[in-house]
Design a protein around this ligand. Structure first.
Ligand code: HEM
Length: 537
């Protein structure tokens, strides 16, 4: 008793299975009524007044009035593309996920985005970039909803509304649109110092990618892979671009922001149209699933920390190729709904408190953005696997469900054929023991906010350091509040004294001393390799 409209299709590129909206040789109303004229309202005489009985005028203007849907509360500006993912089979010893099997090909849709600006903001701003991938696997949809920066601003999702309120435009003037150059952002970052490492990535050249095609992607959180026997492994996901990682320098970005604010989306669409299909390899860093969920002393549930690649090399497990542009931006790029809770057998979540909040937030926001609970039926969101759920009715329900008993078991709709054998291939959460005191507090392991930022800074080349100093100086220089700048110089002092001194000089302020001892970390080869492609095979 499944719905009529959900049949598995297995289309090769992930192109939506939509009915073409323009059909037939002549123009009609939405009801299929043939029109003779759509340029003139129905009037009493050629000069007027317009008649209320003009049903075509009313339908046309009514529909236009409702063309816009709310933009995403974050990541509003984006560009999407279809493609295919081919598994190498290299992860099959640690996960039963079918799409990661050797030479299994899975259609995908990817949406790249900036985070802070509105839908109409410029592409080339200094910001984090989203890198979200929807895999239409044979076992259901898997979404890898990542960013181009491997760490996040906060450790607990309960602060997400706060960090976004701070980074978005000021509520009074609604500026700036899409940059980190304002008081509230630096106020937040100075008072919530777990944001230090992510902010440093933003201030580095990686804050302004040259092209979406030349950007890394990171799942950020640690995920739990499960093999066919139920054994588990912890992993972090990485996307490595075949074209290497390249940035715009600040001056290029400023010019492009004026001359071509669509620079990144144009570059992506043009490249795909020209047959220069961008590619990324999917990789994983692999860690044993121990009760502590740490690796080499690094808390794997803390999304403000990386695991250096020299400690856990990235192993390649598949290839993503983007090979087709969307036919319609609204239908595909705007209506696509990613969610970290879209998982397939073989991939499970961990207890990262940032991930826990996301597991609620995406579905919740999409109820508003896509007007009701049936957005899984929008063509771009439909699984390419059979769907047989007991979800019914609601706004924008397009399926015509049959049967009288949407519950299981039932004795009216021919029993419960989908219960028998369901264990095979079904999603089963890893049965972990859970215990603990109910508290609102962070673990001690979340307390170090500076040592990885320092490692990153020390791994930078001299010219990269110059760019970082210039970026902090420019962005902090835009703040009106002296106290905000002074407090943030205190954060920089905890990263590195040279960095702090030079930014302070640029701002015309005294450089404070570090409030805690600086770790004496040598430049890390692994960190300096972040942003490189793998050596050729
Ligand atoms: C949207 C990544 C943390 C809430 C997005 C998108 C990406 C992303 C890539 C855009 C998806 C698209 O292209 O449609 C991340 C990463 C995070 C993170 C990598 C941290 C590791 C969070 C947290 C929350 C959150 C903690 C909330 C508690 C949202 C919401 C949207 C969004 C509400 C808009 C979704 C929509 O309208 O469809 N995020 N995010 N994110 N994110 Fe996150």
């Amino acid at each position: 008793s499944g719905p009529d409209t959900f049949s598995p299709t297995g289309q090769p590129t992930g192109a939506p299975q939509a009915k073409v909206a323009q059909d037939g040789a002549y123009l009609t109303t939405a009801q299929g009524l043939r029109l003779r004229d759509t340029d003139h309202s129905l009037k009493a005489g050629p000069r007027g007044p317009v008649l209320l009985q003009d049903h075509h005028l009313r339908e046309k203007v009514m529909h236009f009035d409702h063309e816009r849907i709310p933009e995403r509360v974050v990541h509003a500006r984006g560009a999407g593309a279809h493609g295919v993912f081919r598994g190498y089979g290299a992860a099959s010893n640690i996960t039963k996920a079918a799409f990661l099997g050797k030479d299994v090909e899975t259609p995908v849709f990817v949406r790249f985005s900036t985070v802070i600006g509105s839908r109409g903001s410029a592409d080339t701003v200094r910001d984090t970039r989203g890198f979200a991938t929807k895999f239409y696997t044979s076992e259901g949809v898997f979404d890898l909803v990542g960013n181009n920066i491997p760490v996040f601003f906060i450790q607990d999702a309960i602060k997400f509304p706060d960090v976004i309120h701070a980074a978005k435009w000021h509520p009074d003037r609604e500026i700036p649109q899409a940059q980190t150059a304002h008081d509230t952002f630096w106020d937040f970052a100075g008072l919530h110092t777990e944001a230090t490492f992510h902010t440093l990535w933003n201030m580095s050249d990686r804050g302004i990618p040259r092209s979406y095609r030349m950007m890394e992607g990171f799942g950020v959180h640690t995920f739990r892979l499960v093999d066919a026997e139920g054994a588990t492994t912890l992993v972090k996901f990485h996307w490595k671009p075949k074209l290497g990682v390249h940035s715009l320098v600040w001056e290029e970005a400023q010019l492009l922001g004026g001359v071509d604010p669509d620079f990144h989306r144009r570059d992506l669409a043009d490249a795909i149209e020209a047959g220069a299909h961008p590619q990324w390899e999917l990789g994983i860093q692999v860690f044993p699933d121990t009760p502590e969920q740490t690796f080499e002393g690094i808390d794997l549930l803390d999304s403000t920390k990386i695991v250096p690649e020299e400690l856990a090399p990235v192993q390649r497990i598949g290839l993503l190729t983007l090979n087709a542009n969307p036919a319609n931006f609204f239908a595909e790029t705007e209506q696509v709904a990613f969610h970290v809770g879209h998982l397939v057998p073989g991939i499970d979540v961990t207890d990262d408190p940032l991930l826990a909040g996301r597991l609620f937030s995406y579905l919740d926001t999409q109820i508003t953005r896509l007007a009701g609970p049936n957005f899984a039926q929008i063509p771009i969101n439909r699984p390419h696997a059979p769907v047989n759920d007991m979800l019914r009715d609601g706004f924008h329900q397009t399926a015509v469900h049959r049967g009288v008993a949407p519950y299981r078991p039932n004795s009216l709709d021919g029993g419960c054929p989908f219960t028998a054998g369901a264990a095979e291939g079904a999603y089963v959460e890893v049965p972990l023991e859970v215990s603990g005191r109910k508290v609102r507090e962070a673990p001690a392991s979340y307390a170090d906010h500076f040592s990885q930022a320092r490692l990153f800074w020390l791994s930078m080349s001299p010219v990269e350091r110059e760019h970082i100093i210039a970026a902090y100086t420019f962005e902090l220089g835009k703040c009106y509040e002296q106290a905000v700048k002074e407090r943030y110089l205190g954060v920089l002092a905890n990263i590195d004294s040279v960095l702090c001194r030079q930014v302070a000089e640029g701002l015309g302020l005294p450089a404070p001393a570090a409030s805690q001892p600086l770790a004496d970390s040598p430049p890390s080869p692994a960190l300096s390799q972040i942003g490189q492609t793998w050596p050729a095979d």
